[in-house]
Ligand binder design. Structure first.
Ligand SMILES: Cc1ncc(COP(=O)(O)O)c(C=O)c1O
Length: 387
């Protein structure tokens, strides 16, 4: 058998993928599963965005675009960043349109990290930051973030992980899986910490619009001194229910973007041409579709949390943004992995075991399905399958 690259030793399949495979197997056998594992809104892409995509195909926008993306989309992104985030970026030199935020994460790490550089990653966190750092030959340094601190990273924990090799800090707000929105005060000390230690900051703001209870999203790049050292990542997957369109963007200083675009030109080349026209419609069209989706997600969030609070042995971080309940199940007698297995096999509910003690429950499913799922979870626990 031919050998694969040594670096793949460090790149496991994610637990999300493992669950997907098992769900797929059960569904092929005819079992109906309620999906609470998928990190995507179940809504359709709004009609005006789909029409812009169809029109772009009809109009012949079916070829390679500039590596940076089409200029009208970069201009729309620059306008959005100025209006929503108080950030001023030159659409000609400081924005790249990407194949989703996932690509933005990978190219940021590949373009800006040297082998051996250390990246501070507050955890719980999406595994792709860790994997991208490893693929870049860098060293992910996990900084545990605690429930008793409301999952706001503590300065003392960051300082304890600092070394002469630290080059980058990852900031994800609103957070996946925690659902936490970082406070302005947290962002200010993260900013000062980065400035004092001359760190780059990779800010993943993909859940910016999925935010509840009148909380405000603040872009760390907008804080004093942060614009030159921050790489801001955002996209269309979550805000506009466009996960399959594979569209996102990176905004940063021109000399950083110059490095990133070289990775992009030799890998993806450009984001999908007609999807980019859909992106313009998303940003420039009516935003009521976002408000409607967030209102519905909020209704589901309240349903989930009101129900889950009564399950003994399970505690959770009250979600403030994104679309997940991050639940600690260490009060139960089995591990989160076993619980996720049992929920799938016995109650036909798919959730993600995040680690030994936590599961992530996504509420990007219909209100009716969530009610049914909660009923099944209730029966599952009442039947004392978990003792
Ligand atoms: C925090 C976070 N960043 C990035 C991504 C990837 O998004 P995209 O679809 O834009 O690649 C996800 C997807 O779930 C996510 O949760």
């Amino acid at each position: 058998m031919q050998q694969i690259a040594d670096r793949m030793e460090q790149i496991p399949f994610s637990s999300i993928r493992t669950i997907f495979e098992r769900v797929h197997r059960l569904e092929c056998e005819g079992t109906s599963i309620i999906h609470l594992e998928i990190g995507r809104p179940d809504f359709d892409t709004p009609e005006h965005i789909k029409r812009a995509g169809y029109r772009a195909i009809d109009d012949g926008h079916v070829h390679y675009t500039s590596n940076y993306g089409i200029l009208p989309l970069r201009q729309a992104i620059a306008h959005k960043l100025a209006y929503d985030n108080h950030l001023d970026f030159d659409p000609k030199t400081e924005i790249i349109v990407t194949a989703g935020v996932s690509e933005g994460i990978m190219m940021t790490m590949l373009a800006l990290l040297n082998p051996g550089d250390e990246v501070l990653i507050p955890e719980p966190v999406l595994p792709c930051y860790v994997m991208a750092a490893q693929m870049a030959g860098a060293v992910p340094i996990i900084v545990p973030v605690h429930a008793h601190n409301g999952y706001q990273p503590a300065l003392v924990d960051l300082v304890s992980k600092l070394s002469v090799k630290t080059k980058m800090l990852v900031v994800n707000t609103p957070g996946n899986p925690s659902g936490v929105v970082l406070h302005e005060s947290t962002l200010r000390y993260l900013a000062n910490f980065s400035i004092n230690n001359n760190l780059l900051v990779m800010a993943d703001e993909i859940y910016e619009k999925l935010i509840y209870d009148d909380r405000q999203h603040i872009s760390i790049a907008s804080l004093p001194g942060m614009r030159p050292r921050t790489i801001t990542l955002n996209g269309f997957s979550k805000s506009y229910a466009m996960t399959g369109w594979r569209l996102g963007y990176v905004a940063a200083d021109a000399h950083l973007i110059q490095a990133l675009v070289r990775i992009h030109q030799y890998s993806v080349v450009c984001a999908n041409s007609f999807a980019q026209w859909g992106g313009i419609a998303a940003l420039e069209g009516p935003q009521t579709c976002v408000q409607t989706m967030v209102a519905e997600l909020n209704r589901r969030r309240l349903l989930m949390t009101s129900y889950l609070q009564d399950i003994p042995g399970l505690t959770y971080q009250h979600p403030q943004g994104a679309m997940y309940v991050y639940a600690n199940v260490s009060g139960l007698s089995q591990s989160a992995y076993q619980l996720a297995d049992d929920l799938l096999e016995q109650a036909h509910i798919a959730v993600v075991p995040w680690d030994q003690q936590h599961i992530r429950i996504a509420y990007g499913n219909s209100y009716e399905n969530l009610k049914e799922a909660l009923d099944r979870i209730g029966h599952f626990f009442a039947a004392d399958l978990v003792c």
